[in-house]
Ligand binder design. Structure first.
Ligand SMILES: *Cc1c(COP(=O)(O)O)cnc(C)c1O
Length: 365
């Protein structure tokens, strides 16, 4: 006899993360691999954050401030909200889990775009609830808010909006969001996952922070993992109605944001120069890569984020594996339902060039 896992858990397909550089070194003996697979910051972490994390290490014998007094206030200032509207998480992933535990029960449904961030499905299923998938628009791979709205029913408790959408890089316009919100039931929760909002160049992009008082309520999720270069530190946050925040605090592990994470995030917000450099590096990288790929005759889709999809016209999994031999890690979109697409994020100029050179060799040979 073995202990039996919950059926809801057995229905979850494990999350496939981007391949770590160290794994490539172990498996292929390649020491100088580059990774353009997890939408990380090519410049590294914010130097201001690194200094603050180092400075914080002498306090590691203490428990963190469970209320994150300083960081909540600094974030509230930064975003134009109240500290009571903010809940910190061990990455924004943890916020997804908290929201599911508070608002989803077995038998409930949540409406999800597909393809989108795979953690939504895992989170919904882990609460024993049922994901209802709304396919993306075929024309531009954007979220189909009309289809998502049509999928909302009696049992719907939650709707996930990924803006910009991972992996397609598309955004929701303000008008689309306004149409979507009209006449929705007020007892559901709208989750606006804005992990990549800092990279958006389109001024007409919907932003959840402008809808803090909306009915139904909108919970906005943000992270320090991408634009601030702190994915390894694990710190993200949600911005929401204070009453909803209070519910999340009931189940939030009291010390979920570590001392280094709080210190690093606080300093990262002040490191304006790093954010500016990140945005210019990423935007130049995206424009360069898309132009070069188009010149190779490939379709590189438009994006508002730090990554984009490429249609290779052949098996993306095979190309992904051959690129690994060249020490280049990208993401195959097979498990997202796009067997001919890869997802690539902007790297440093030399990394971008190395990816293009490797891709030319792989496709040519
Ligand atoms: C990277 C990412 C996150 C952020 O995850 P963290 O847990 O904050 O590192 C959230 N949502 C999407 C869509 C992402 O791609």
């Amino acid at each position: 006899m073995k202990p039996k896992a919950a059926d809801s858990i057995l229905r979850i397909a494990p999350y496939e993360p981007g391949k770590p550089i160290e794994e490539l070194a172990r498996e292929y003996g390649i020491q100088s691999a580059i990774k353009l697979a997890s939408n990380e910051n090519p410049l590294g972490p914010s130097p201001g954050a690194v200094a603050a994390v180092q400075e914080s290490l002498g306090r590691l014998h203490r428990y963190p401030d469970g209320a994150a007094h300083d960081l909540s206030r600094r974030l509230a200032d930064h975003l134009g909200v109240m500290p009571e509207n903010i809940v910190l998480g061990n990455g924004s992933d943890e916020l997804l889990g908290m929201l599911a535990r508070v608002f989803l029960q077995p038998g409930d449904q949540a409406v999800l775009p597909r393809p989108s961030f795979l953690m939504y499905e895992i989170t919904v299923k882990s609460a024993g609830a049922e994901p209802i998938f709304a396919p993306l628009r075929q024309a531009d791979m954007g979220l189909d808010l009309k289809a998502m709205k049509a999928a909302i029913g009696e049992k719907t408790r939650m709707v996930f909006l990924c803006n910009p959408n991972n992996p397609t890089g598309t955004i929701i316009s303000r008008g689309e969001f306004a149409d979507f919100m009209a006449d929705l039931p007020s007892d559901i929760l709208i989750i606006a996952d804005e992990a990549y909002m800092e990279f958006v160049r389109e001024p007409d992009c919907f932003c959840g922070l402008n809808h803090l008082d909306a009915r139904p309520p909108v919970v906005t999720l943000r992270t320090f993992s991408k634009a601030y270069g702190l994915a390894g530190l694990r710190i993200g946050y949600g911005v929401m109605d204070a009453e909803i925040a209070g519910l999340l605090h009931r189940i939030r592990p009291p010390f979920n944001a570590s001392i280094p994470a709080q210190a690093g995030a606080l300093a990262a917000l002040d490191d304006r120069a790093f954010l500016q450099k990140t945005l210019s590096t990423v935007h130049q990288g995206i424009d360069f890569l898309r132009a070069e790929l188009a010149a190779m005759g490939l379709t590189a889709f438009p994006t508002q984020s730090n990554f984009f999809l490429v249609d290779l016209g052949c098996s993306a999994q095979a190309v992904f594996e051959k690129l690994l031999e060249h020490g280049v890690i990208v993401r195959s979109m097979r498990s997202y339902g796009y067997p001919q697409y890869i997802r690539v994020n902007a790297g440093l100029p030399e990394e971008n060039q190395r990816f293009l050179d490797a891709l030319k060799q792989v496709l040519g040979g």
